[in-house]
Design a protein around this ligand. Structure first.
Ligand code: FE2
Ligand code: FE2
Length: 166
């Protein structure tokens, strides 16, 4: 019979998944900032890069709370989302629609993160990991704020700019 696995194992696995994902995002954001055409887009990606650095550190604190080494586990979901972002950067390079595409990729990243942190918070509460909950909530709030900001940039300028003038 397979060894019984518990919510503790799920929590650790998911923590490793998002730890890996955040580190990939840390590498992807400067590339997206370089690619972005608008100053607002560039600044937004760079600001979130700095936040992501702090998010990685928060995850390391959560690993410490549960007494496990901070280790990532390949997250195919984030690899796929970043691969699609690379595709957009390549295929829409130099076009008026590039920034709208970059924002759409960044929002896919944020939504993945929001899903993961939402789950981790629920499980941390269930497992009585009281010190982990506020750390995870702080990051979730940043991901949600980033998502909103991206929507604002898209609606205020990038989407309209990407439309060929009639
Ligand atoms: Fe993040
Ligand atoms: Fe994020």
């Amino acid at each position: 019979m397979a060894t019984e696995k518990t919510l503790n194992d799920l929590f650790l696995d998911t923590l490793k998944d998002i730890y890996y994902a955040e580190k990939q995002i840390l590498k992807a954001l400067p590339m997206m900032a370089r690619a972005a055409q608008s100053e607002e887009g560039k600044a937004g990606f760079l600001q979130h890069r700095d936040e992501t650095q702090a998010q990685v550190e928060r995850l390391e604190q959560v690993f410490e709370i549960i007494g496990k080494p901070a280790r990532g586990k390949t997250c195919e979901a984030i690899q796929g989302i970043i691969a699609e972002a690379d595709e957009i950067m390549e295929e829409f390079k130099g076009t008026i629609a590039l920034d709208a595409g970059l924002i759409s990729s960044a929002q896919a990243v944020e939504h993945y993160e929001i899903a993961r942190y939402g789950t981790l918070i629920a499980w941390a509460k269930q497992l009585g990991l009281k010190d982990a909950v506020p750390l995870l909530q702080a990051t979730l709030a940043e991901e949600e704020a980033t998502d909103k900001k991206l929507t604002q940039i898209a609606e205020a300028s990038a989407n309209a700019k990407g439309k060929r003038a009639a």
